[in-house]
Design a protein around this ligand. Structure first.
Ligand SMILES: NC(=O)c1ccc[n+]([C@@H]2O[C@H](COP(=O)([O-])OP(=O)(O)OC[C@H]3O[C@@H](n4cnc5c(N)ncnc54)[C@H](OP(=O)(O)O)[C@@H]3O)[C@@H](O)[C@H]2O)c1
Length: 222
């Protein structure tokens, strides 16, 4: 595709900041959108900022209009029963509707390995972790699974990819690989820098890969 206009949701997160930084290095024209803006983003003349609630139609229209690709990494900041998750499902419903209205066709959004995919095989580790999340932070588990259903049920005409992650870690880039649970290669450990690399590589692909699919991604040593 060649780099173009990229919108990043969740740009304030540690992961989002790395995506924004790497996207600028690669030559993308970057817009960030969220309920707050980091000073380093608002002070950067190369970044367009749109601030507002992530389920607000006018905020979304302003952010999404004219974009080539969206990368979204917003989500619950902690897997706690007290985390408020109410905004995420309505936000994704409105993001998909706004994409449709504005003629923006591509979104690459973060999901987690607690969401099942038909291409997965049984893994005891994944079962234990997903069951623990289900029991301890049921609202978070449900929100993540409901977001996946929103894409499935309302994203027919959108080129969406949900990439699923396990445990995030900081540190320099390793090598991101993709796969499915139980395939013998997909692990749970993922550096945030590798999310930036993987999502931006996918964002630049034409035709897009993993459309209407949910690959898992993890980091491996080079
Ligand atoms: N840490 C892990 O091991 C792990 C594991 C699985 C999945 N994840 C997911 O991976 C993503 C990135 O994680 P991270 O650790 O780099 O950063 P993070 O601190 O979890 O980032 C959360 C992002 O979502 C936004 N957000 C949260 N609640 C919001 C709300 N109510 N309204 C609007 N925006 C909201 C935050 O915006 P503000 O800055 O405005 O709060 C921030 O940009 C998150 O979606 C997280 O759920 C993390």
């Amino acid at each position: 595709m060649g780099v173009g206009k990229l919108l990043v949701f969740g740009a304030t997160s540690a992961t989002g900041q790395l995506i924004v930084r790497r996207a600028l290095e690669l030559g993308w024209q970057v817009t960030v959108c969220g309920r707050r803006t980091l000073p380093e983003h608002s002070a950067n003349a190369d970044i367009k900022t749109v601030e507002g609630p992530i389920d607000d139609e006018e905020t979304l229209r302003e952010a999404i209009s004219g974009q080539d690709v969206i990368i979204s990494v917003f989500g619950p900041s902690s897997p706690s029963p007290f985390t408020n998750v109410d905004v995420f499902v309505p936000a994704y419903k409105k993001i998909l509707a706004t994409m449709r209205n504005e003629g923006v066709g591509r979104i690459i959004a973060l999901s987690t390995l607690s969401v099942n995919d038909p291409e997965d095989r049984f893994s005891l580790l994944r079962w234990l972790l997903a069951t623990a999340l289900w029991a301890i932070a049921h609202k978070v588990w449900k929100a993540v699974n409901d977001i996946s259903k929103v894409f499935e049920e309302e994203g027919d005409d959108i080129d969406w990819t949900l990439f699923r992650v396990g445990f995030l870690a900081n540190g320099p880039r390793l090598r991101p690989i993709h796969g499915y649970v139980g395939d013998g290669t997909l692990g749970m450990y993922l550096r945030r820098a590798d999310i930036a690399e993987w999502t931006l590589t996918q964002a630049d692909k034409s035709p897009p890969e993993f459309v209407h699919r949910r690959p898992g991604i993890c980091s491996v040593n080079v």
